[in-house]
Design a protein. Structure first.
Length: 175
């Protein structure tokens, strides 16, 4: 049995997961609906990036055994440009704290761009973003800002949508 599992707070990761499920014919589940991760042979996990982590990923893979017998594909979804190696290195460093070394080393990892609409953020997330932007603007000299902080400043308080199903091609070829 094969599955596409998603961890999404505002819908971008879910949209990508639905597209992958449709293209592959794999069962689609939210991470909080997965009871037995070990019952799947191919696991495609698509999760949103929040505060340096991937939504639901740690909980999903925590009970996985016989990792080498599984095909594991993980895609992160965020606002920062995945074409920028500095961004993807930063994301992967965060993922290492959420996954066992065995799962991290065995998984094929992809990065996708999502969407954000500040008017739809929860109060908590809205305040978190406000504080982050304030810290970047107030304390981080322009020459020390990176692509991730630039993307945050460019999109702050706006509605942007970078979702592009064409970027799924490498992931689908891996399946």
């Amino acid at each position: 049995m094969d599955t596409v599992i998603y961890g999404s707070k505002y819908g971008s990761a879910k949209k990508y997961a639905q597209e992958v499920s449709e293209k592959t014919g794999f069962e689609l589940k939210s991470y909080d609906e997965v009871n037995d991760i070990n019952s799947f042979n191919t696991i495609i996990y698509i999760g949103s990036l929040y505060a340096g982590g991937v939504t639901g990923m740690q909980k999903t893979f925590k009970k996985l055994t016989k990792v080498k017998d599984k095909k594991i594909i993980i895609a992160t979804v965020g606002i920062a440009d995945p074409e920028n190696k500095e961004n993807t290195d930063h994301i992967k460093d965060g993922m290492k704290g959420q996954l066992s070394e065995e799962v991290f080393d065995h998984a094929k990892i992809f990065h996708l761009r999502g969407a954000i609409d500040y008017s739809k953020l929860s109060f908590k997330h809205s305040m978190m973003m406000k504080m982050l932007v304030k810290m970047v603007v107030a304390k981080l000299p322009e020459e020390k800002q990176n692509a991730e902080t630039e993307a945050m400043l460019e999109t702050y308080n706006k509605q942007v949508d970078f979702i592009d199903f064409e970027t799924l091609k490498p992931l689908l070829e891996c399946v």
